[in-house]
Each structure stands twice: as structure tokens, then as C-alpha cells.
Design a protein around this ligand. Structure first.
Ligand SMILES: Cc1cc2nc3c(=O)[nH]c(=O)nc-3n(C[C@H](O)[C@H](O)[C@H](O)COP(=O)(O)OP(=O)(O)OC[C@H]3O[C@@H](n4cnc5c(N)ncnc54)[C@H](O)[C@@H]3O)c2cc1C
Length: 375
């Protein structure tokens, strides 16, 4: 019996399990187990829209039971606590599960770089966390009650979140960013200044070159000692791969992401594949790490499911070559900017492209009916 365990039913894990099941359906003695702490898949990349109430949580989750209907995949709702790579077992609440092959796709989690008072911060890293922010904003009573939101981090998520709040809730939003520009990892100064202008026109404030030293329940303290009061503080300033990756003893690099070989296997552990946000995927041309994004997670799922099938049937594996075509950023409901396959898109067109890309993801995950319902 071959037992393939897939950890995480996000973009990477779910697609690996679904694609692998199609391939091994007629093979005997192959068991696929998918594990996630939630019994639903989340369209996590749009969760910031829940914060303002524009969308409901239900709009961005799909029950796993629906996705696995008629599939020979066993689903376990459980939290993964650790992996014993030597004895080939996964530790979950109820005990240990053995595996012959493993796929680690547990996504990422916020990291605070030792900033004091992290427990006072909200994060937008899942549908549930977005619901918590929405409920807090509701409890505070909205813009008339002088609600003052500070977003820590002016990267992709911070900008989309601040734009959504400024546009929809019209309450006071300030982005605090440590570097001298918004979207520093994008490294396109033209995009950064355009986005800053749009945010400021929406009423958001931007504080650059400011570092947060402490988060209090009702304020943040900057490195220079200045205190900025706030009703809600949302941290978007850093993510790292799931701590399960580093705690299991896998070799890691930037952002705690596992170092992988050309087949997406963890260094030194054949048969242990690591994909999505947990993996350090390097651009073949620049040799720089690629951003953690859905496109790469889905490409890895495709490659790993094929290579697992090759493992099981004695076939030849193929090296994974990532193809990153770009990201599109939404700033509120009226402006977007980004690059797709090297082509710049801006304004409402960019928002339309972002919507089409989302529909493509929904189609891949849940099928045509679900995608049509989203239109
Ligand atoms: C607010 C936000 C906006 C984003 N916007 C974009 C965007 O516009 N475009 C883009 O391409 N990417 C975007 N991303 C990034 C994108 O969502 C991720 O790169 C992608 O989801 C990675 O897929 P994954 O399979 O690695 O992880 P995920 O899709 O995050 O899935 C991880 C799964 O593991 C489960 N899990 C985690 N830990 C455990 C555990 N210990 N035990 C059991 N289960 C566990 C989780 O419940 C989840 O289902 C955004 C992310 C966020 C948070």
C-alpha cells in the first residue's frame, strides 16, 4: 500500500490531491489523504474584501466535502502539529499518520520580527481573520465614531486592505511602511507612486521610513518613540512559511521557506514534496526567490501530481520550471495596477483582469458552475 498524505487544502495542496486522484484512480493500493484544519477551501487572496463587508465570508469559502464528492480522497479535518521526517509520520491531534510520500502545502503565517505586543495586532491572513477585523470595525461603530485604522506594512496586502477600507468605510486609514516607498518588493517606483497618489486621493495617509517598535491595544510606538493612537492595528508587514516546515527540520531559506530541488522535493528528503508558500521557489533566470503567489502554487501542484504518479508507476519525473506572469493589485473598488505576462495594466481594466484571473482559479478549484456563479 502506498499512502500519499497532502498537508493543506489551500491552492497548492487541494490541486495536488485532485490532480493526483485523477491519475491514480485505476491504480490498486494507493491511498490519498488530504489534511486541513478547516473543512473548507478559502479564496484567501480576496479575504480583504470581507473586512469592509463588501463580501461575506461565505463568498470566499467552498466546503471540502463538495470538492471531493465522488473522489477517492480521504479528508481529515485536523491541525498538523509536526512531521517526523525520519520515521515518515505526521503528527496530528489524534495521533500519528504514516506516509510513503508527503506533500507539504501548509501556506504561510504572519511574522512580527520580534515587535513587542504582537498579540494586539489583527491580521488578514485567512477568511476567519478578516471576519474578526470586520466584527471589530462594526463594534467600533464605523466612520462617524472616529474609527482610526493603522495598517502596518505597505506591501501588496497592506495596500489592498488600506485601499478597500478607505474606499468603502471612509474611515481614517494610515499605512506605516519601513522603507522609502510603498510596494518595496515590487521594485517598480512608477507603480509605487501611482498607488500612493490614489490612496491619498481616497483619504488614506502614508507614513514611509517609519518602523514599528511596539503594538499596544490602542496605539503603536515607532522606533523614534513617537506614539500613534489607533482603534485597530492590522499587521501586514511580513509573512513566513508555516512554522511546521522549520520545526520539522527541513532546510529553509528566505522567509522560512523550504529549500527544494528541481522536482520540488525537500533537500535531503526524497519523496517529501514542498509546494506553495512553504517552498522557496527560485526564478530560473534571476536566481531570486519568486513571490509567494497562487500562480506558482498551482503550477507546482500540477508538476508534483505528475511526478508522484511517475514515482508510483516507475515513470520518469520532469523538472519543475516556474513561469511567473505577474500580479495585479486592487486599490479600492475603482483602481488597479499590475503586470500580466510583462504587459502593464491599469485602472478599471486591471480590476477586470484581476476578476478574470480569480474566476480562472475558481474554475480550476471548483469547476465551471461555481465559476459562473461568481460572475
Ligand atoms: C490577503 C492576501 C491577499 C493575497 N493576494 C494575492 C493575489 O492577489 N495574488 C496571488 O497570486 N496571491 C495572493 N496572495 C497569496 C496567496 O494567497 C498564496 O500565495 C497562496 O494561497 C499559497 O497557496 P498555498 O497552497 O501555499 O497556501 P494556502 O492557500 O494558504 O493554503 C494553506 C492551507 O493549509 C492549511 N493549514 C495551515 N496550517 C495548518 C496546520 N498546521 N494544520 C492543518 N492545516 C493547516 C490552511 O487552513 C490552508 O487551507 C494573497 C494572500 C493574502 C493573505
Amino acid at each position: 500500500m502506498q499512502q500519499i498524505i497532502v498537508l493543506g487544502a489551500g491552492y497548492g495542496g487541494l490541486m495536488t490531491a485532485l490532480q493526483l486522484e485523477e491519475k491514480v484512480r485505476n491504480l490498486k493500493d494507493v491511498n490519498i489523504i488530504l489534511v486541513d484544519r478547516n473543512d473548507f477551501h478559502q479564496y484567501i487572496h480576496l479575504s480583504y474584501e470581507i473586512v469592509t463587508g463588501v463580501k461575506k465570508a461565505d463568498d470566499f469559502i467552498v466546503p471540502i466535502s463538495e470538492l471531493l464528492e465522488k473522489r477517492k480522497i480521504q479528508f481529515l479535518k485536523a491541525t498538523v502539529e509536526g512531521i517526523d521526517l525520519v520515521h515518515k509520520t505526521v503528527r496530528i491531534g489524534g495521533g500519528d499518520l504514516w506516509y510513503s510520500k508527503l506533500v507539504i502545502a501548509l501556506g504561510s503565517e504572519p511574522t512580527f520580527f520580534n515587535i513587542k505586543g504582537a498579540e494586539n495586532a489583527y491580521c488578514v491572513c485567512s477568511v476567519e481573520s478578516a471576519v474578526r477585523i470586520r466584527d471589530k470595525l462594526k463594534e467600533l461603530g464605523g466612520p462617524d465614531q472616529n474609527v482610526n485604522v493603522i495598517v502596518g506594512g505597505g506591501g501588496f496586502t497592506g495596500v489592498e486592505l488600506a485601499g478597500e477600507i478607505a474606499d468603502e468605510l471612509k474611515c481614517c486609514v494610515t499605512i506605516i511602511e519601513g522603507s522609502n516607498m510603498l510596494l518595496p518588493s515590487w521594485s517598480i517606483p512608477e507603480f509605487s507612486s501611482k498607488v500612493a497618489k490614489v490612496l491619498e486621493e481616497m483619504g488614506a495617509k502614508i507614513e514611509l521610513n517609519k518602523r514599528i517598535a511596539e503594538i499596544k491595544p490602542d496605539a503603536v510606538v515607532l522606533n523614534d518613540g513617537t506614539q500613534m493612537d489607533c482603534s485597530v492595528f492590522i499587521w501586514t508587514g511580513g509573512v513566513q512559511a508555516s512554522t511546521v516546515v522549520s520545526q520539522s527540520g527541513l532546510k529553509t531559506g528566505k522567509g522560512n521557506r523550504a529549500v527544494i530541488n528541481e522536482f520540488c522535493e525537500a533537500a535531503d528528503f526524497p519523496g517529501v514534496y514542498v509546494i506553495g508558500d512553504c517552498a522557496l521557489v527560485v526564478d530560473p533566470e534571476t536566481k531570486e526567490p519568486l513571490p509567494q503567489c497562487i500562480e506558482i502554487a498551482l503550477q507546482q501542484a500540477d508538476s508534483v501530481s505528475k511526478n508522484l504518479f511517475a514515482d508510483l508507476t516507475g515513470g520518469k519525473r520532469e523538472a519543475f520550471i516556474p513561469k511567473f506572469s505577474g500580479l495585479i493589485l486592487a486599490v479600492g473598488e475603482r483602481y488597479g495596477i499590475g503586470k500580466v505576462a510583462g504587459v502593464k495594466v491599469e485602472g478599471k481594466v486591471a480590476l477586470m483582469v484581476k476578476k478574470v484571473v480569480h474566476l480562472h482559479y475558481v474554475y480550476k478549484i471548483a469547476g465551471i458552475t461555481e465559476a459562473i456563479e461568481c460572475v
